[in-house]
Each structure stands twice: as C-alpha cells, then as structure tokens.
Design a protein around this ligand. Structure first.
Ligand code: ATP
Length: 752
C-alpha cells in the first residue's frame, strides 16, 4: 500500500525537479553575461530583495546582488538562506553568473572574501541540472592542497547541498581505512580530496572511473599547479575527460600560461575582483612589521603573547620542529592563555580537533604554513609571523587568516635585520601591502632565555628538540630560493651562537650544511663552541649592539608590546587596538613557572663554616649577595682589560701594611699605658698603708701619759699577737722584764 504512494511522491518530485531544471536552463541561457564582462557596482537598492519575476520572464542575473536573484535551484536557495547567506560578496557576484552558465573560471580575490561559495554553488547546481544520481558515479572533483582545507570545503558543500540527493566524500589523510574507501569511492558524486590521495585511487582502486566527470575545481590553484603537486596533477589530468568545466580559485592566482595549459582551460573568464583595489590584503587588516634580531625573536614573541592574553592569535613558524619546541617551552612557562599547536606530522583527526577547538576558544595557535592557506577560523585577532614568509604570496595567505569577510584583524611580522629585503618587497608599490614598521623599545622585551635554559635542564628531551629546532630553522633559511632575502652568509657565527642560547641551548649545535659558506667558517663555529663549553653551562645571549640600539629607538606611539591607553590621536590613526588591547584574561595561574620550580628544588641550606679553609681565602659577598673571590673586589670591571690588575694588588698590599703598622703602634701605646696604670695603683696602695701606720704610731705617742693599766693590758695582748711588727716588741721591753721577774719569783717558791 505504502509503496505505490512513495513511488508516486518520488515521481512527483522528479517531475517538479525536471520542471525547475528546464526553467533554470532557460533562465541561465537567456540572462547569461557576455564573456569577459564584470557586474556593475551594486546599486543602492541592493539588498531590498528580488522583484518576483513575471510568468515566462527571465530576469537579468549578471548584475544581481542576492543569492535569491540567481538562477539557482530552490533547494540550494533554501539551504543558503538557512545558513545565513543572502547577499553575495564581490567575487561571488562576479564569478557565479559565468560559472553557472558553464564557463571555465580563473578566479582571484582577497583572502576571506568568500571564494569557497563561488565554486561550491556551481558544482551543486551543475550536477542538479544534469540530474546526477548516486549511480552516475564521480561527477565532480575538488582538489585542495591540504587535508584541513579539504575538510573545510566538504563542510561548506554539506551545508549548501544538504537538501539535494548527491553523495559527497572527503578523501584525505593516511592510508588507514583505504580498503573501505576503495569500495565506496565509485559511488560518490563529489570528491573533495588532496591530489596525492586521488592519484592513489587512480593507481590502486579497481574500476575507479572518472570518465563522466563534469567539473574539476582547484582551490588554492596556484599552489596546486606549483612544483610540489606537479606529477600528481599531471596524473589526474591524464585520467579525466578533456571536455569538462574547470574552475580555478585562489587569493594569489597563477597567470602562467604554462600552468593554465596543463589544466586545459577553455576560454576562461579571468575574474580578479580586487585587481584595481588599493591593497592586495583585506581593507580591514592592520599590518605591522618589526625588525627583531634572530636571538630576540622568542623574547619578542613571549612579550607579545603576555601582552595580548585576551586575543586569539595564530603564530607562524617555519618548521614542525620549531612549532613543537616553542609550543612545549611556552606551555611550561605558562603565559596565561591556552596554547595549541598544529603541523603536518599530526594525524588528521587530531588536526581537525585542534581547529575545532581553536575556532571556539581564545588561545594561541603555533603553526607551520599548513594553516596559512584557506583555513577559515572565526574571529582571529592577530597573525604573528615569527619567521619570515618565503614570498609575498605566502605573506598574503598567512595574514589572511585574520580580517576575514569584513571583520577586523591585525598582523605582526618579525624580520631579522638580515631579511630587510623582504620589507622592501612588501612595501614596493606593486605589492600593494600597506605595512607599517614598528620599533619596539628594548625594555619591552621580557628576557626568557634563562627560563628556557632551566626548562631544558629539567626536561632533557626538550633539549634535543631545541637542537633540532635550531638546525631545521637554519636549514629552512638555507633552502629558500629567494637569496636576496634568505642568505645565511649574512649571519655571523656569534649570531648563531646567540640564537642557540636564546633557545636555552648550552652549546651551539653543529650546522654542517653551512660550514662551506664563505663568511661563516668552520673554525669560527668550532671556536665558538669551545668558548661556550669552557665558559659555562648557561650560555650568555650576545646582543648585537647596533640592533639593540635600534630597538631602543622606537617612539612611544609605536608601542605594540606595551600598549598605552587610547588617546584621541591613537584613534585617529587606527592604532587604538594595538595601543590598548583588551584586559588580560583572568586566569588562575598567569605567572610563568618559577625558575626554581623548573630547575633543581631549592632547599634552605644551613650555613656551614669551613674550619679547614686555608687562611686568607675567606669568601666575600657583594651588595647583591654574589660571592667575590679574594681580591676580586679590587679588580676593575673593564671588559677589554685583564680582570685582575697587578698594580692595584700591590697598592692594596702597601695600604694593608701601613694600616697594620699603625695598628701595632697603637697597640704598644695601649699596653704601655695599662702597665703604667698598674704600677701607679701598686704605689698608691703602699703609700696608703704607710700613711695608715704613721697615723697609728702618732696616736700611740700622743696617749703615752695616760696609759697606766691600759698600757699593761695592751702590752699583754700585743705580745701574743705575732703579727705585730718588730717595733712594738722593742716598745714592750718593760713588760717583758716584769714578766721575767714574775717567773723567777714563782720558780724560787717551787724549789723551797
Ligand atoms: N555571501 C556571504 N555572506 C556572508 N558570509 C559569507 C559569504 N560568503 C562567504 N562568507 C563567509 O566568509 C568567510 C570566508 O569565506 P571563504 O573561506 O570562502 O574565503 P576565501 O576567499 O576562500 O578565503 P581564503 O583565500 O583565505 O581561502 C567564511 O566564514 C564564509 O562563511
């Protein structure tokens, strides 16, 4: 019962579709723009909505401004409206009318201007009007240079084509799951893929057939037609029909006839909507460049991030190793904002997760050029190019990750003084890049080399990564084609050493590939390594004095790292956001890990006194608590002279001798004085005693007349007192005679 009903509904739909397709074909044919024409500037009434066409009437669509005014299927229009796309961008207005009527298009427009819809819509409409069904196999191939960009295009395709019945698939990543893919690839109508993976299917998948292909699209066409993809693109072209529609899009389009001949374009419409524009980059983008010595780049990057904690930032570095190293190190130092990293060595699912996460959060994404093209991430505030872009095109694509689709954005590029030729190229009139030079003050830089060195001590595997980051950076410069900009021979051995030190490395890694260079001799490098090995395990950063003085030259208004409060003037020149960024995010831990935590644990040590210390080797300390070796305090701090000066030492010895003699003299005088005092005391004592005796004898003589019984009593007593002096016995002679007489009397009585 239900089956006939369903069949009936399907038939009804088919009939409706057929009617719509017939109408669309007529409309497209009747209103198609003349070859080589551009749409006129949008009229003031644009956006008011389409006037309903009268029956049988086919309104002009080559000059329209709304998607609804285009000869598109109702399903596509409905999907576009649901996704919020109503008004067309410039490239869409210019490219869609030509593409819809089946012409080949070579489209160029600034980054973030909506090129994706300019090719996705014609793809869907073409297959719809050709009444393509799943059984018809591959009808369209879209080539993208990277997995992520292919995924992004596939998502747009899904949104715009969600009401249609086509099957579409994204073919990217590694070989994992390829067997399942081989079984399904022939039933997909639209393939979004990287060139390599498509060639793989041509080579390995039985019955893989693209003989019915209607359309070939190359996004980032200049890159896909470049050397890197040459053999793959040639292989693909050889496998697909010559009669097809071809669309090529990029922000930096190839004009090479050779390239175009390879993809056999037929009378292509060259649509470059911003050719006459004042700038090659979005008008809403503010662009800055700073001259930063190689060894100061990390300090500068750290200082920038610390001062823009509320900004979503993409940081471009030139190699995977550098991305990994800077990401890991900064993560350990904790700037106070979430950090992410992205490079080609990650699995595709991980890349997807990172992009999705970065899309939603305010964070810093360290990346290689993997994300420099096409990636459409919401609300990126800053693009920072730590390493010089390899070309102007590369610069345009990198900065194009911000200021997308009329949104504001800013970019900052660090250039080594040796790479200033790139600045000249960018500033050349034909480049059309309005870039401003900013000279940061030296005090704006937070020096983090020592902190990095401490992290490396704690995490030896990071030291290995640091070495590799150092080597791969130099290698990437060495391998660049543009020698006017990239020339390692302009760097001195000292600069390499300072750069290594800025990465926290204790010694400069060996750089074999530049040992043959003229002005960086092998001897220089070896000498430098030896010097560093001898001097200390913590390398010192050598700052080029010329560059350092340049850094201090900036005036206050150039301030990117130390933004000021907005002033009327700042607002006038559009620098307000640079000068006064948003308040830092409130993070629980915004401070970098202390060096102590990163290095060895700090324990309070007990003060030990070395009793076995040889005499004269006592350690002295300066005002900041640094140990001074004996006699070092007399050394003069003149870098060009010997640290310890002999004449100063002998002068100091003479002074010490004079001081000692003076002390000796004083000591002797002191000693003499104390001796004299002791003698005096003794003398005084004797004198006092003598005086007392004299007083006593005077008393005796003065009372001689009254003595009577008292004298006898005193005499008796004094006699037995042996302590009395001799003089007294003489004075007591009478008493003795009396006693002798008494004794004789008693004796005679006894005998009788
Ligand atoms: N007509 C439109 N209306 C509103 N938003 C649009 C429109 N067209 C495109 N956009 C939005 O503009 C953003 C940039 O579009 P898209 O990624 O296609 O730019 P692009 O020109 O391909 O940039 P790139 O050169 O960097 O690859 C996307 O977020 C997209 O959704």
């Amino acid at each position: 019962m239900r089956r006939p009903q369903r069949r009936g509904a399907a038939k009804q739909t088919r009939l409706q579709d057929a009617d719509e397709i017939r109408l669309l074909d007529e409309w497209i044919e009747a209103g198609k723009p003349l070859p080589g024409t551009k749409p006129p500037p949008p009229s003031k009434s644009a956006g008011a909505g389409p006037a309903p066409p009268a029956a049988g009437e086919h309104p002009e669509y080559s000059a329209c401004t709304l998607f609804d005014e285009l000869p598109l299927s109702q399903k596509t229009k409905d999907a576009l409206r649901k996704e919020g796309f109503t008004e067309m961008s410039e490239i869409q207005r210019a490219a869609l009318p030509h593409a819809l009527c089946g012409r080949d298009v070579l489209g160029a427009a600034k980054t973030g201007s909506g090129k994706t819809l300019a090719f996705v819509i014609p793809v869907i409409e073409k297959l719809y009007r050709e009444r393509w069904s799943p059984e018809d196999g591959v009808g369209c191939i879209i080539l993208s240079p990277t997995n992520d960009l292919a995924g992004q295009i596939f998502n747009v395709m899904n949104k715009v084509g969600k009401l249609h019945n086509f099957s579409a698939g994204v073919i990217v990543g590694k070989r994992k799951g390829i067997e399942v893919e081989k079984e399904r690839v022939n039933s997909l109508n639209i393939l979004v893929c990287t060139p390599g993976r498509l060639v793989q299917h041509f080579n390995e998948t039985a019955n893989f057939n693209c003989s019915q292909l209607q359309m070939l699209v190359l996004d980032e066409a200049d890159q896909i037609l470049d050397h890197g993809f040459k053999s793959q693109v040639d292989a693909i072209i050889s496998q697909i029909p010559k009669v097809r529609q071809t669309l090529l899009f990029s922000a930096t389009q190839t004009k090479s006839v050779k390239d175009l001949a390879r993809v056999s374009l037929r009378d292509p419409e060259y649509i470059s909507v911003h050719e006459e524009a004042r700038t090659a980059t979005p008008d809403t983008l503010e662009q800055y460049a700073m001259i930063v010595p190689l060894e100061q780049k990390l300090n500068m990057l750290w200082s920038f991030i610390k001062r823009h904690l509320n900004s979503k930032t993409i940081v471009f570095l030139s190699s995977v190793k550098q991305v990994k190293f800077v990401f890991e190190i900064f993560k350990k130092l904790r700037p106070g904002i979430p950090l992410k990293c992205m490079h080609g060595r990650m699995r595709h699912v991980v890349q997807q997760a990172i992009v999705a996460d970065f899309n939603e959060s305010t964070s810093v994404l360290f990346s290689t050029d993997l994300t420099s093209r096409g990636l459409d991430i919401k609300n990126v505030d800053w693009v920072v190019q730590v390493d010089c872009p390899e070309s102007i095109d590369n610069y345009i694509h990198r900065v194009g990750r911000t200021a997308r689709y009329n949104k504001k954005g800013k970019s900052l590029m660090f250039l080594c003084p040796e790479e200033e030729a790139m600045l000249e190229k960018l500033k050349a009139t034909e480049s059309k890049i309005p870039i401003h030079i900013r000279k940061p003050k030296a005090e704006q830089l937070e020096q983090i080399s020592q902190n990095i060195a401490s992290v490396l001590v704690k995490f030896p595997n990071l030291q290995q990564l640091g070495k590799r980051a150092f080597v791969t950076y130099l290698k990437s410069v060495y391998l660049q084609k543009d020698k006017k900009v990239f020339d390692l021979s302009r760097f001195s051995a000292e600069q390499f050493a300072a750069y290594a030190a800025s990465l926290g490395l204790p010694v400069t890694p060996t750089i074999r590939f530049i040992s043959h260079k003229k002005n960086v001799s092998k001897k220089d490098m070896v000498d430098l390594d030896k010097k560093q090995m001898k001097s200390s395990s913590k390398p010192e950063v050598i700052i080029n004095p010329q560059v350092n003085s340049d850094l201090t030259m900036g005036d206050g208004d150039d301030d990117i790292l130390y933004p000021k409060k907005p002033t009327a003037d700042a607002n006038m020149d559009g620098l307000d956001d640079v000068l006064c960024p948003k308040e830092p995010a409130t993070e629980t831990n915004t401070e970098p890990e202390k060096i102590i935590e990163l290095g060895k644990p700090s324990k309070k040590k007990k003060l030990k006194i070395n009793v076995h210390r040889p005499v004269g080797t006592r350690v002295k300390y300066d005002d900041e608590g640094n140990a001074i070796p004996p006699l070092a305090s007399v050394a003069e701090e003149v870098a060009s002279e010997p640290v310890v000066r002999k004449d100063k030492i002998s002068q100091r010895y003479a002074e010490m001798l004079r001081e000692m003699r003076e002390h000796d003299k004083e000591d002797k005088l002191e000693h003499k004085k104390s001796l004299r005092e002791k003698k005096l005391q003794k003398k005084l004592k004797l004198k006092r005693k003598k005086q007392e005796t004299e007083v006593e004898s005077e008393e005796d003589s003065s009372s001689e007349s009254d003595r009577g019984q008292d004298v006898a009593r005193k005499g008796k007593k004094r006699y037995f007192n042996s302590d009395d002096e001799g003089d007294d016995t003489v004075k007591d002679g009478d008493v003795l005679a009396q006693q002798e007489a008494l004794a004789l009397k008693l004796l005679s009585k006894m005998h009788s």
